[in-house]
Write a protein that binds this ligand. Sequence first.
Ligand code: ATP
Ligand code: SF4
Ligand code: MG
Length: 330
Amino acid sequence: MQPILSVSGLKAYYQMRYFGVAREIRAVDDITLHINRDEIYGIAGESSSGKSTLIKTIARAIRPPLNVVGGSIAFDFEAGPRDLYALSEEQLSAIRWRHLSYIMQGSMNVLNPVRRIRHSFVDFAFRHMGLPMPAFLQRVEDHLAHLSLQPGILESFPHELSGGMRQRVTIALATVCRPDFIIADEPTTALDVVVQKNVLGMIRRLQQEMGASVLFVTHDMAVHANLCDRLGIMYAGRLVEEAPTRALFQRPLHPYTAHLIRSLPRIGDDTPRHGLEGRPPSLAAPPPGCRFHPRCPLAMDICKREVPPMEELESGHRVACHAALQGIAP
Ligand SMILES: Nc1ncnc2c1ncn2[C@@H]1O[C@H](COP(=O)(O)OP(=O)(O)OP(=O)(O)O)[C@@H](O)[C@H]1O
Ligand code: SF4
Ligand SMILES: [Mg+2]
C-alpha cells in the first residue's frame, strides 16, 4: 500500500544574516522516511536534534528564517501523492484540520486566552465540517463526551483549566474533524506521569478508532516504547536509525540509539548509568563525516571523513553507521 507520507532527501535550514554575515543552522539535513496508514511513528532524539524543525517542515508550518532548501514532502490523502510545498494557500487550508492536524510543542497556547474554548473549536473546525452551527456544536460535544470531557468545558476560559485538561482539549480540537494524519510535538512533556498516561491512552484510542496515522515527537524513550509502532532516531539534524519499536529496543544497531536505551531507568536495577562524553555539535558547523563521531565509542577513521549512508540492514531496520555496516554491534 502507498505510504500516506513520503519525505525524501529533506533539508530545512535556518538561514540568518547578522551584520552582513550569513549564518546557517542545518537543523534538518537530508532526511528520508515514509509513514504508513494507520501507524504511530515516533521521532526521538535529544534536545536541539531538529525534531521540532522536522515536523514543522512536514506540517508546512514554517516561516523565515527557516527555509526548505532541498528534498520533498508528499502526502497521499485522497487522489495520490501530492507535493505539500506545491499546494496553493487555498489548497493547504482545505487540507489543514480536515486531513492534517498539528499539535505544536507548547500547543496548549493555541487556545486563545481571552476567549472561551467554544470559540477555538468554531475558529478551527467549523468551516471544515459543512454542518449548520447547532449540529456542529452537537458534534463537538459528542466528541468531547467520547473523550470523557464535560461539554461544560466549552464555556470555560483556558486559564480556568489544569494543564492536563488543556492538553486534552487541544487533542480534542485536533481530532474533531477526524483527520487522516496527526502530528504531535511533545504533547505530554509538561504533564505529570498520571496525566501523561491518560493523554497517551487518549491518543492511542483515537488513532485506533479513526485509523489515522500519527507522527509523534518526544525525547522520552519510555513514552515511545509504550506508544509507537515504529521509531526514527535523530541526531544533530539527521535520521540515524529507524526500525519497528520492538526491534529497535531489542537490538539497536546505532551507538547513539544504544546509549539512549541504556540510559533508561529500569525498576530494580541499581547499576550506574554512564552518560555520553561531550555535547551534541553545533548545527551551524557540524563535524564532517558522521556527526556523532566526536562522542562515539566505536568511531573509526572513516567516520571522521565520510557521512555513513542509511542502509536497510534487516527488514524494516535502517541505520546510518559505518560500524553497523561492518557488523559491529554497539
Ligand atoms: N527560530 C529559530 N531560529 C534559529 N535557530 C533555531 C530556531 N528554532 C530552532 N533553531 C535551532 O535549530 C536546531 C534544532 O532545534 P529544534 O527545536 O528543531 O530541536 P528539538 O529536537 O525539537 O529540541 P527540543 O527537544 O528542545 O524541543 C537547534 O540548534 C535550535 O537552536
Ligand atoms: S559512523 Fe562511526 S562515529 Fe558514527 S556512529 Fe557509527 S561508528 Fe560511531
Ligand atoms: Mg522540539
